[in-house]
Design a protein around this ligand. Structure first.
Ligand SMILES: [Zn+2]
Length: 430
């Protein structure tokens, strides 16, 4: 807190303390919100539920004085399990802005959807003990939404708020990889000097710094059907060809250290007396960095070309690295330093860990926005029917976020985004 006092006017210490105390008074409200929101099913494919959640979020953002826009998202084109074109449509995303002309800007993001479908048996809340709430999305990410809103409300009570504008993006499709909202995330990344994403932190409070990149691919093989007994040689088996692809793909695990290559789904063929003309596989690749991403893609393309020739089949590859690797760079290191500093001001220990999982933080980073993407509360067993939230983490996480925002507003920090002229100029610093 002292650092902020020094950075701002003498009064700022009092203002900051008052804002932090005000957050303590918001604990019951955060809990009420999470309990209400967790009982609104917003599984990624449940549009009506996501829209109901969006209404709740819009009301809360309007209460903060934000200009709120509903953004229809483009459909995501893919192929179905028979290799035919298919498209996925989702609910609107929500974008909210306050002070878009402010000298410093932050982008805050979190998703409205959960992994729990409308017919999933896990729909209800239960209390495991007085500090532990179990329920769908309590940590991932309705708890994060509540923390974000409390921190923004605290910022709006600070006199230095005028120096910091904010953009909130709430998307409806994160749990399926944000296929429809990816372009919107990339676009809004330009509106900030840094970003905060409200995925839950790890159960012990550790934050994620670096993430692997993740790509989803569909391989569609088309061969030539033939009678197995009469004309086997005239057939071109799509399944045998796909088998070779899968085998070579799996070998990437042994030859590129740190890479993960997984074949998650296969389909194809039919009667056993027919040489199959169709086969399909869905692949997931996870890579440590851009160099590895390029190497993996080259190897995959080369493997497909070799199988095309040797098996005389057509092979189409669809998909890509929807979530590029989230790597460390100078901007990210500066932001991490800011988060650590803010943590010391509010008494929250900040530790870091790498993850093989991806988040929308990958996409924002790929668009040039340094971001910390685990600003939500402590919780665990997410994506399972044992998902829980530690209630006593709500206030400290909201205070941590508010402290980061306060530091950014005061210009106490050096430029997080290197190219950001207003921050770099430091004209508002005392
Ligand atoms: Zn999440």
């Amino acid at each position: 807190m002292l650092a902020l006092g020094r950075a701002g006017a003498g009064e700022a210490v009092g203002d900051f303390d008052a804002a932090m105390q005000w957050i303590e008074g918001q604990e019951a409200r955060m809990q009420r919100r999470i309990r209400r929101w967790a009982t609104i099913n917003s599984g990624s494919s449940h549009r009506a539920g996501i829209e109901a959640m969006a209404c709740q979020a819009v009301a809360a953002l309007q209460e903060l004085g934000a200009e709120v826009t509903r953004m229809p998202l483009p459909a995501f084109a893919s192929v179905d399990d028979r290799g035919e074109p298919s498209s996925f449509e989702t609910a609107d995303a929500i974008v909210a802005r306050v002070r878009p002309g402010a000298p410093r800007r932050v982008v805050l993001a979190i998703h409205l959807d959960t992994v729990f479908a409308a017919d999933d048996p896990f729909q209800d809340l239960s209390e495991l003990d007085e500090n532990t709430l179990r329920g769908p999305g309590v940590a991932d990410a309705k708890g994060g939404l509540a923390v974000m809103l409390a921190a923004l409300a605290a910022l709006e009570r600070m006199p230095q708020k005028d120096q910091l504008g904010w953009t909130v993006v709430l998307n409806p499709d994160e749990e399926i990889g944000s296929p429809c909202s990816a372009p919107l995330l990339a676009e809004t990344a330009n509106e900030g000097d840094f970003g905060l994403v409200f995925e839950p932190c790890l159960p012990d409070g550790t934050l994620i710094c670096k993430r692997k990149g993740s790509g989803n691919f569909t391989v569609v093989v088309r061969g030539r059907a033939a009678h197995v007994g009469r004309e086997f040689d005239r057939g071109r088996s799509a399944i045998h060809a796909l088998g070779r692809v899968i085998d070579q793909f799996a070998q990437l695990n042994d030859t590129i250290p740190g890479l993960i290559a997984n074949t998650g789904f296969v389909s194809g063929g039919g009667a056993v007396n027919v040489v199959p003309a169709f086969a399909l596989a869905r692949l997931n690749l996870r890579v440590a960095d851009r160099v590895q991403q390029e190497e993996a893609m080259e190897r995959l393309e080369a493997c497909l070309e070799a199988v095309r020739r040797s098996c005389e089949v057509e092979i189409a590859l669809q998909g890509g690295f929807q979530s590029p690797p989230k790597e460390m760079d100078a901007a990210m290191e500066r932001l991490m330093g800011e988060v650590e500093h803010a943590g010391r001001e509010v008494g929250v220990a900040v530790g870091w860990q790498e993850s093989g999982g991806v988040s929308d933080g990958n996409k924002l980073a790929a668009a040039g926005l340094a971001n910390v993407d685990t600003m939500g509360p402590r919780g665990g067993e997410i994506h399972s029917d044992r998902e829980y939230l530690r209630l006593d983490s709500l206030v400290p996480r909201a205070q941590l976020c508010a402290a980061i925002l306060a530091r950014a507003a005061l210009g106490a920090s050096p430029a997080i985004r290197e190219a950001s002229a207003p921050l770099a100029a430091g004209g508002d610093q005392p």
